[in-house]
Design a protein. Structure first.
Length: 279
């Protein structure tokens, strides 16, 4: 499917996270180990915040991440305290810039790995449920962007985890009217510049979409005291990734099925996640 990464911590060069790690996101775009597909070459996107209350910057391209010459230059030039990155493997929708993640509306960005089963069958019913004031911002044709705007409709800006749960519940209820038994699989990440919100969930209860989070950068500092790249991120840095970036088991923990993570400053909360069915 796709691979993604979300970072919060001290401002660091995007190049450090995207290129320097042994199994970086750019390496995953060619050599994914845990994804449904080995290659994720149907475009990529970056979104980053310089100030949490401003609209985030974004760069997207239909080029494979490993082939885009501007990406390396941008990653080397940009340092940010919070950013999202995504490499895409398209399923049922075209390779076009408007279908590349992360999606953006005002301060919020959203990216997704997974799928809505038989999305073309349920697409119309899902689209008409989007708030009319948000519908005009729909640019592409993916299930992922539809999920984002549904989450916005259900209150993402006010209360992110319940909004994502309502989105998931609405998708499931809609799809099951069409006889789709297991409609949804997802690892998603949303951010407004002040927090990262990530969810791992699948309707069948055993998600095929991998998701990991960093454990302790203090531990990594002790292991590699002379590595300036690790020192730069700070003790409270936090990463959420589709696949571990380095082969250090003690540095990563798998996000359990049906779990939400909310990261704000140095506070990390792990919450049980279940879809909320509309009344």
């Amino acid at each position: 499917m796709c691979r993604w990464l979300a970072y919060t911590g001290n401002p660091v060069s995007l190049e450090t996270m995207l290129f320097h790690a042994r199994h970086s996101l750019i390496d995953q775009s060619l050599h994914s180990r845990l994804g449904a597909t080995t290659t994720n070459g149907d475009g990529f996107g970056l979104g980053w915040y310089q100030h949490p209350h401003d609209m985030p910057f974004r760069y997207r391209s239909i080029q494979p991440a490993w082939r885009d010459h501007n990406l390396r230059e941008l990653a080397r030039a940009i340092s940010a305290p919070m950013f999202l990155a995504h490499v895409r493997a398209a399923t049922h929708t075209p390779v076009q810039e408007t279908n590349c993640h992360p999606f953006r509306h005002r301060r919020w960005m959203f990216m997704h790995n997974g799928m809505i089963e038989d999305f073309p069958l349920v697409r119309r019913d899902l689209l008409v449920a989007i708030d009319p004031q948000l519908f005009a911002s729909l640019e592409g044709s993916t299930d992922s962007e539809t999920m984002f705007l549904l989450a916005m409709t259900f209150g993402l800006e006010r209360d992110p985890v319940p909004a994502i749960a309502r989105m998931a519940g609405f998708v499931e209820a809609t799809a099951r009217r069409y006889g789709i038994a297991h409609p949804l699989s997802m690892t998603v990440c949303a951010s407004d510049g002040e927090q990262l919100v990530a969810v791992r969930y699948a309707s069948e209860g055993q998600s095929p979409r991998s998701l990991y989070h960093s454990t302790s950068f203090k531990h990594l500092h002790a292991l590699y005291p002379d590595d300036p790249r690790i020192a730069a991120v700070g003790d409270d840095a936090y990463l959420i990734v589709s696949e571990p970036l380095v082969d250090l088991p003690q540095a990563w923990a798998q996000v359990p099925e049906s779990t939400a993570i909310v990261v704000r400053d140095a506070q990390v909360d792990y919450l049980p996640f279940a879809p909320i069915q509309a009344l």
